[in-house]
Ligand binder design. Structure first.
Ligand code: DGT
Ligand code: MG
Ligand code: MG
Ligand code: MG
Ligand code: MG
Length: 271
């Protein structure tokens, strides 16, 4: 077909192909969730409905898009890791990122009612996205460790802050003052001696965030299928084993080696 004289405008498109061999991480973050959480009466410091909805939306991203091997979320953010050999959308960063962001956002609205039965959705939420490439398993694990450490630091602070207010009767300004300059050990101590709260007994979901991975439902269920063999006229019944997989949430430590040793299929070899 003859090209129109307008075709040249394609050349203005920039190449954003992600470097080969790298894990492609797309991180989404809720836009102005400070306000969104206030307007929708999120419980402080953590709202289980909101966390559940984030996880449900991330699950939808993994089920609908190809090649996401692990996702990690906390607060109003979720990171999605595409396998390093993925060729989905020719590894074009903008395609991958926008598909993740739009699938996530529409799912967040679609599933809202399942999590916030009594609370109407007052306006359309948005999520920003970014793409980061990690060339080695160490870099990728350090990235995920960084996000989980962030979850821990923020949750310890927020738990202490809101306990001082909700149980200690302090104002927000007094609570901020009380926590100024405190280290993790000090916050643990405040929670323990003043409020009888052992931070380590707080729910794993809140301390560790949510990790989603693919797991086999049942070890290789056998299915009988009619197939036409390549050089035969008739069909033949054969038995194939199909491993059905499902996205499963974990709320465990992903900084140490144990999780990775227990799930050796998530990462591809470095060489
Ligand atoms: P941004 O990301 O720059 O558009 O602005 P924000 O406001 O989304 O800031 P960000 O992402 O650094 O912080 C997340 C906000 O969301 C923070 O104000 C606390 C709020 N948030 C997230 N999860 C919860 C929750 O479970 N309960 C409550 N009350 N607030 C939450
Ligand atoms: Mg932000
Ligand atoms: Mg945000
Ligand atoms: Mg955030
Ligand atoms: Mg199209």
């Amino acid at each position: 077909m003859a090209k129109s004289k307008f075709e040249y405008v394609r050349q203005f498109e920039t190449d954003d192909t992600c470097l080969r061999n790298c894990y492609i991480v797309v991180r989404l973050d809720g836009r102005n969730f400070h306000k969104f959480s206030e307007k929708h009466n999120f419980a402080k410091p953590n709202d289980n409905r909101a966390l559940g909805l984030m996880t449900r939306s991330a699950q939808s991203v993994m089920e609908e898009l190809e090649d996401v091997v692990i996702a990690y979320g906390q607060s109003d953010e979720f990171s999605f890791v595409f396998k390093r050999t993925s060729t989905w959308f020719k590894r074009r960063a903008s395609k991958l990122m926008t598909h993740v962001a739009s699938q996530f956002s529409s799912s967040y609205v679609f599933y809202w009612k399942e999590y916030f039965a009594e609370q109407p959705l007052l306006y359309p939420p948005g999520f920003d996205g970014r793409v980061v490439l990690y060339p080695s398993n160490r870099n990728l694990r350090d990235y995920l460790s960084w996000r989980q450490a962030d979850c821990h630091v923020n949750n310890l602070y927020n738990t202490s802050f809101w306990t001082l207010i909700q149980k200690g009767g302090l104002t927000t300004i007094q609570a901020e003052e009380r926590l100024k300059g405190t280290l993790a050990a000090d916050k643990n101590e405040i929670l323990f001696s003043d409020f009888d709260i052992n931070y380590n007994n707080e729910p794993m979901l809140l301390r560790k965030g949510t990790t989603l991975i693919w797991e086999k439902v049942r070890p290789n269920e056998a299915v009988t299928k009619m197939v036409k063999l390549p050089n035969a006229e008739e069909q033949k019944e054969i038995t194939v084993t199909r491993s059905r997989k499902r996205v499963c949430p974990h709320h465990c430590d992903i900084i140490g080696d144990q999780f990775w040793e227990e799930h050796p299929d998530i990462l591809e070899r470095d060489d």
